[in-house]
Design a protein around this ligand. Structure first.
Ligand SMILES: *[C@@H]1O[C@H](CO)[C@@H](O)[C@H](O)[C@H]1NC(C)=O
Length: 130
């Protein structure tokens, strides 16, 4: 009986995961320097617009190679000059593992700088799988 409940719970989680695809979710972003080897073994570097996914998105690596539209919403605290410059499409090429990782997505410098004033180190984002 317990095994059955576990399976049902897993099915519900998978369903929720599927439902959330395509819907914008709130999160935060910092930047990092992409490196090799990455935790996404079969994904080729698609160019400079890349990101590392936190454990909340990692899904055992199923996220590797997926593309996200990341939109800057502003700095985490008020008082800083509104820095946002729109959205960027990034491909997940690595993992940003807890506890070191304290953000939803780590963006490459070119991707981070495209959507925000580069003087900031952390921003609030909306992200959507595309
Ligand atoms: C990314 O999302 C933003 C905000 O929803 C939207 O304005 C923009 O058109 C999207 N870009 C792409 C390429 O889908």
């Amino acid at each position: 009986m317990e095994g059955m409940e576990t399976r049902v719970l897993m099915a519900v989680c998978i369903l929720l995961g599927l439902v959330s695809v395509g819907v914008a979710a709130p999160g935060s972003a910092t930047f990092y320097k992409p490196h090799q080897p990455s935790d996404c073994h079969r994904v080729k570097e698609p160019g400079p617009m890349v990101a590392a996914a936190s454990d909340s998105l990692w899904s055992n690596g199923a996220i590797c190679g997926k593309k996200f539209n990341v939109t800057c919403l502003g700095p985490p605290s008020t008082g800083e000059k509104f820095p946002c410059k729109g959205s960027v499409i990034v491909t997940v090429v690595d993992r940003c593992a807890s506890p070191r990782c304290e953000t939803t997505l780590e963006l490459s410098r070119p991707a981070f700088n495209k959507i925000v004033n580069p003087k900031l180190v952390k921003i609030i984002i909306d992200y959507k799988m595309v």
